[in-house]
Design a protein around this ligand. Structure first.
Ligand SMILES: C[S@@+](CC[C@H](N)C(=O)[O-])C[C@H]1O[C@@H](n2cnc3c(N)ncnc32)[C@H](O)[C@@H]1O
Length: 148
């Protein structure tokens, strides 16, 4: 059973409190009505310009509405999911769900070399399931951009 808790366990500085590169990159891509899946404490929101922001998270003590994305049904222009694949054991099901919620596209991060018990999905794994383009944030963190 994987832990489903928001703790900063990664070595990757992108996942430290001050790490903002992933948010800066996502803000360059998305527009309109944005759903932040696994929003944690909503770090992405302040980086978005002229967007409508909705954050959801499976855990009750985050800043978002408490709901598992698999139970969420409302569509948004863009769906962003940063730091959630590392606790997802069924990546195809997650990809299908995220795509079903997006009118324009999906942006998903993957820490390709994270420490167990977290799951490391490689660039090939992610592209195989999501398709789309890749942005390398650093030597281990990628963003996948999948347009509908
Ligand atoms: C590592 S944190 C990342 C937080 C934020 N996105 C960031 O980049 O700083 C991952 C968050 O995703 C949430 N999460 C994981 N699986 C989820 C799911 N199926 N539905 C909603 N939230 C989920 C966790 O509860 C956790 O708060």
């Amino acid at each position: 059973m994987l832990p489903n808790v928001y703790i900063e366990t990664r070595k990757n500085p992108l996942y430290t409190k001050g790490g903002s590169l992933r948010f800066e990159e996502v803000a360059k891509i998305v527009s309109g009505d944005v759903l932040d899946v696994g929003c944690g404490f909503g770090g992405l929101e302040s980086y978005l310009k002229d967007c409508t922001y909705t954050g959801i998270d499976a855990l009750p003590w985050t800043s978002g509405a408490c709901i598992d994305v698999m139970d969420y049904t409302k569509q948004h222009d863009w769906v962003v999911a940063l730091g959630i694949v590392e606790t997802c054991e069924d990546l195809p099901a997650l990809a299908e769900k995220l795509k079903s919620l997006a009118k324009i596209g999906v942006v998903v991060s993957s820490c390709t070399r994270c420490n167990p018990p977290f799951i490391s999905y490689s660039e090939q794994d992610m592209l195989g399931v999501f398709g789309g383009e890749v942005i390398h944030l650093d030597e281990e963190e990628i963003l996948i951009i999948c347009r509908m």
